[in-house]
Design a protein around this ligand. Structure first.
Ligand code: AMX
Length: 435
């Protein structure tokens, strides 16, 4: 069957024509006004980026190339005996907009397994990190160091023509995704285990190998969880901190390793990817205070106490979404299927019934509903992965899929250096004086 790279080579000229036609027809049209408040307000709602892999609807949530999460669960090829979609297939979908065949999906599994090994010096770099260094910092260091073997950086030094950038960027992106399990597994085993790692099995899929490197491949449901987890965390359109950072840094023609390491540093913030760690910490603190089987009243009081102390309720709210995140619902459905009686899942469900009402009553958050991070820690904990500081690393493995897909397209379509305009408050005052 046709490989992903071959398919891309066919699609790129067509997409170039498509973009040319869009710009010829609509290029001079305006989206609308930009207000001063938007410039001060973290650019909410400001149309500013092209991102092809996914688009987020405020009410409906994410669609990957037009497909909802349930549609992806139905349409994308699965592992033998599995029911969750394979992330390999999702990557094909993100890159091409097409659903791959099982053979094409399997070819990606094999290709990633073949590219999975990391250079010895990167292993040593990870091994030299003190276990007290946050796993996300170790992750970002290691991904930065992969730039040592970047095909794109080398090709650029050798004077590659702009029209050919996408080829080595594609190679780097495939290497990047392929090597993340080995990095994540090594960090996990160093910080929480004895530092010894098993070998990758070239006959198995990406999620099996990730679970294997972490030490959980004996649990079929955990492997299925990894498949679902990677699919739903992969992409959330272009404006979120990690995706936008990856694209921005890539626009300077930094190679995909440097671009994605920058994205990881943004993912490591508590308002973004670190929220999955924060949620579990918060729930555990709640449990320590109110016990295993709290009343609704206990939970209400705890949520209010968090808000009154000036902290956020982690896992709730979103910059764009205005309804319950379908990524939360997908994880809830997984829990209902695999761990319906787990006490921590029940507690999270109880919080889901209570926290939105309180956030509404408090009246500040524009979205009182849970996001993806409100649920993921409970599932991981159930299978024994209870080291919360590691959670964002798994998010980081997954988010590479969305960022990599866009990096390939940005270089294929010749996306320019990003350079938006900034203003000082003084300049704004002058600009609008007497207006
Ligand atoms: N708990 C308490 N207050 C919240 C809140 C929450 N979960 N969500 C929003 N608010 C507050 C904001 O802090 C802000 O307060 P301020 O006016 O005093 O500054 C006010 O409500 C308005 O904020 P908003 O417009 O609704 O949200 P935003 O777009 O500025 O921020 C987000 C979005 C996600 C950072 C915010 O909802 C939040 O901090 N949530 C908790 C952290 C979290 O779960 N992050 C993960 C998001 C998903 C992801 O990226 N992985």
């Amino acid at each position: 069957p046709q490989s992903l790279k071959e398919r891309l080579a066919e699609l790129i000229p067509k997409e170039k024509e498509n973009v040319k036609a869009i710009r010829a027809e609509h290029g001079a049209k305006a989206f609308g006004q930009v207000t001063v408040d938007q410039v001060y307000g973290g650019m909410r709602g400001l149309p500013a980026l092209i991102w092809d892999g996914s688009v987020l609807d405020a009410n409906e949530g994410i669609r990957f190339r037009g497909k909802t999460i349930p549609e992806c669960q139905e349409l994308l090829p699965k592992a033998e005996g599995g029911t969750e979609p394979l992330p390999e297939a999702l990557f094909w979908l993100l890159v091409t907009g097409e659903v791959p065949t099982p053979e094409q999906t399997q070819a990606i599994s094999a290709e990633w397994a073949a590219r999975a090994e990391i250079p010895k010096f990167v292993e040593e770099l990870i091994d030299r990190c003190p276990p007290t260094l946050h796993p996300m910092s170790q992750f970002s260091l290691a991904v930065t160091a992969l730039n040592h073997d970047s095909a794109f950086a080398k090709a650029y030094q050798n004077g590659i023509s702009k029209s050919e950038y996408w080829g080595p960027v594609y190679e780097d992106c495939m290497d990047l995704i392929a090597k993340l399990p080995a990095i994540a597994g090594r960090i996990y085993r160093n910080v929480y285990g004895d530092g010894k790692l098993p070998a990758i099995d070239p006959t198995k899929d990406y999620s099996w190998n990730l679970a294997h490197l972490l030490g959980f491949a004996d649990k079929e449901a955990f492997i299925e969880l990894m498949r679902l987890y990677i699919v739903i965390h992969s992409d959330h359109e272009g404006g979120n901190v990690s995706a936008h950072t990856g694209k921005l840094v890539g626009s300077a023609l930094s190679d995909p390793f440097l671009s994605y390491a920058a994205a990881l540093n943004g993912l490591a913030g508590p308002l973004h990817g670190l929220a999955n760690q924060e949620v579990l910490l918060w729930v555990m603190k709640m449990r320590a205070q109110v016990g295993e089987d709290p009343s609704d009243e206990d939970i209400k009081n705890y949520v209010w106490a968090t808000l009154k102390s000036g902290q956020v309720i982690p896992g709730y709210g979103h910059a764009v979404l205005r309804k319950t995140d379908p990524r939360y619902m997908a994880q809830r459905a997984f829990a209902l299927k695999h761990l319906p009686d787990d006490p921590l899942f029940k507690l999270v469900g109880q919080i889901y019934n209570i926290a939105p009402g309180i956030l509404l009553e408090a009246g500040k958050a524009k979205n009182p509903w849970p996001n993806v991070d409100a649920h993921s820690g409970v599932l991981l904990t159930y299978y024994g992965l209870d080291q919360m500081q590691f959670y964002t690393v798994l998010f980081g493995v997954s988010r590479a899929f969305g960022v990599a897909a866009q990096l390939i397209w940005d270089r294929a379509l010749g996306a320019p250096l990003e350079r938006p305009k900034s203003y000082s408050s003084e300049a704004i005052k002058k600009m609008f004086a007497n207006k």
